[in-house]
Design a protein around this ligand. Structure first.
Ligand code: ADP
Ligand code: MG
Ligand code: ZN
Length: 605
């Protein structure tokens, strides 16, 4: 708060003082003092008194007398000795009604109402000052008191270290240089190295993104500004943007430091998709964030980390060079990672000797770090309930049901059979990626459930991102897609529903080849694609085909023959590499995630 002593404030102070005075005066009843003993005696003598009530105060000799007079008036006389006064009244031939009254609580009766009034006044006073300040600064550079303040929590030193983050070996290695830079920026500037300004951590919830960000700051020993994307989102236009500005201003005073924006998707949603113009609060906030990030130069000592699990909805502008130009994917942990996470979180939880963390790691494919932590915690609770000082395997089994089931994670407890099928399925894809000449090399193969529908994935490293695709490339694409299904069929003699998206993709490519790219010899170079590239609502309902039923049948025939031709070729390739298929599947079952290099090594052995 800057200076706020001013006229308006004084006026309010005055009002408060007057109010307090009023309250005090109202508690003192001057009229009560006007009735005296002499007057009472006179009234009695004149026969004015109708009845008398003696109010004996609790735990005290004193009290008061209430006198009802003929003319309807009531008078009160305070007395110091009630017994004495009663005696006197009786002597005067009156029959006073004596009752006990609670002790007069001065605080409750007079002080409390006063305090309440004063409290309300003070509150009112501060509200006014606030509003007034906001009004005074309502230019574009306004900082509306606490409203526009960044709300970021600044943590000077935190206890988290990289060793608190289990698994994520490659991810940690990727971040190593950032830590080194924050520790010693000069080493980098000397050789002209450029360190990214922004790093985006992308992965499903509970995988340790927040933890990792804290560990980086802790390891580097620099201040850490942590704020959640939703903290920027306010009802009032401009507040979010002002908070961003304030945050960067504050951070620039404490360089080198880390700004961590958790759940950045709350502010950095793709712009221009909002209804009604789109110049809304979030856009302003995002724009401000981009402006700030462009504003500070590289190597200036501020590094912005952000985490999201919805990278797909982020505005592409945020990923542009000079902003979040480094993206680190953080997936659910593999077997080894899970074992390490379990080890970290069971450090202060005594385990009985029948607990085998390796075994637990094996049965929890698809669990995130947070799930595992939760699993151990639930087990500890169960142990405590039974007044045991250690966790038994039975606690863990029971918690597994609680943690795994009852939520959407039900499907995450994957059976051994499913794992085997998935392993062969992915191995089938991978072999085709490897053998076929026009496909990209394999980068990773994983059978860790992702939480979505996919049981695993085989990810290529895109090499040629050319605009055009040749016919051969497209055919190989289809073959790769079919590889999973082929492997399932070869090994288990049965097929599963797991390949449905593969089949869909293969069919789509084949159909495009025929109808859009004229790659079918039989049908020739004609575009049979009814809708072109335009997308409009209801296109499937009102499909307007510019060709006959006969041609439609021929298209279907062509698509079918492309697919079955590809299937045969792909099957032949996998059959030739049966040994590698088995080895790949075995390795996948063991490690759950293997790198392209590990995979390629299997061909050489
Ligand atoms: P995210 O930000 O990715 O949603 P968090 O970092 O908040 O996940 O993780 C939640 C909790 O799960 C952490 O506090 C930690 O206890 C546990 N956890 C997750 N991943 C790991 C990990 N790799 N190593 C150790 N603990 C982890
Ligand atoms: Mg988080
Ligand atoms: Zn597949």
């Amino acid at each position: 708060m800057e200076k706020k002593g001013n006229g308006l404030g004084l006026v309010f102070l005055l009002i408060i003082v007057l109010l307090i005075l009023g309250v005090i005066l109202s508690t003192v009843d001057f009229t009560k003092n006007t009735y005296t003993r002499g007057k009472l005696e006179a009234d009695i003598a004149n026969g004015e008194v109708v009845s008398v009530t003696v109010n004996q105060r609790q735990n005290s000799s004193g009290g008061s007398i209430t006198v009802e007079k003929k003319n309807g008036q009531e008078e009160t006389l305070f007395v110091t000795d009630v017994t004495d006064a009663t005696e006197f009244l009786r002597k005067q031939g009156l029959d006073p009604y004596v009752r006990e009254v609670p002790k007069d609580n001065w605080f409750l009766n007079h002080m409390l109402p006063m305090l309440v009034v004063v409290g309300i006044c003070i509150l009112f006073f501060f509200l006014m000052i606030n509003a007034q300040n906001a009004a005074m600064n309502s230019g574009p550079t306004s900082k509306m008191m606490n409203f526009g303040k960044s709300r970021a929590k600044m943590i000077k030193e935190n206890k988290y270290r990289l060793s608190d983050v289990a698994g994520l070996k490659e991810e940690k290695a990727d971040l190593e240089e950032i830590i080194m830079f924050l520790k010693d920026p000069e080493d980098f500037t000397k050789v002209g190295a450029r360190i990214p300004k922004g790093v985006l951590l992308d992965g499903p919830p509970g995988t340790g993104k927040t933890l990792l960000a804290k560990a980086i700051a802790g390891e580097a020993g620099v201040p850490f500004y942590s704020i959640s994307g939703s903290d920027f989102v306010e009802m009032y236009v401009g507040v979010g943007a002002s908070r961003v500005r304030d945050l960067f201003e504050e951070a620039s005073l404490h360089k080198p430091c880390i700004i961590f924006i958790d759940e950045i998707d709350a502010v950095a949603r793709r712009r221009g998709t909002g209804l009604g113009g789109g110049h809304d609060e979030k856009e302003q906030t995002l724009n401000q964030l981009l402006v700030e990030m462009d504003g500070f130069t590289e190597n200036s000592g501020i590094i912005v980390l952000a985490a999201t699990n919805r990278v797909d909805i982020l505005d592409p502008a945020i990923l542009r060079p000079g902003r979040f130009d480094r993206k680190i994917m953080i997936g659910n942990p593999d077997v080894q990672g899970r074992e390490e996470i379990l080890a970290i979180h069971s450090k202060n939880k005594p385990l009985s000797d029948d607990v085998d963390l390796k075994q637990i790691a094996h049965t929890t494919a698809g669990f995130s770090g947070a799930d595992l932590e939760n699993l151990l915690n639930e087990s500890a609770i169960l142990a405590a309930k039974e007044k045991r000082a250690f966790i038994k395997q039975q606690d863990i089994n029971a918690s597994m049901i609680k943690v795994g089931i009852g939520t959407e994670k039900k499907s995450r407890i994957v059976s051994e059979k499913e794992r085997r099928i998935t392993a062969y399925h992915e191995a089938g894809h991978a072999i085709l990626f490897h053998v076929l000449p026009n496909t990209d090399p394999v980068y990773t193969i994983s059978i860790i459930p992702t939480g979505g529908s996919a049981a695993g994935y085989t990810m290529p490293l895109p090499e040629n991102d050319g605009m055009f695709h040749t016919k051969n490339e497209m055919l190989e694409d289809i073959m790769v897609s079919l590889g999973g299904r082929i492997a399932e069929d070869l090994i288990f003699g049965d097929i599963t529903t797991g390949a449905s998206s593969d089949i869909k993709k293969a069919t789509a490519v084949a159909r495009n080849m025929v109808t859009r790219f004229g790659m079918s010899e039989k049908l020739g170079a004609i575009n049979y694609d009814a809708d072109g590239d335009e997308v409009f609502i209801g296109r499937d309902l009102a499909k307007n085909r510019p060709y006959s039923e006969k041609v439609a049948g021929e298209i279907d025939e062509e698509v079918k023959s492309i697919i079955s031709e590809c299937y045969e070729k792909a099957e032949a390739i996998i059959k030739e590499n049966m040994e590698v298929l088995h080895k790949t599947a075995e390795l996948l079952l063991e490690k759950e995630r293997i790198t392209g290099d590990e995979f390629r090594a299997l061909f050489e052995a």
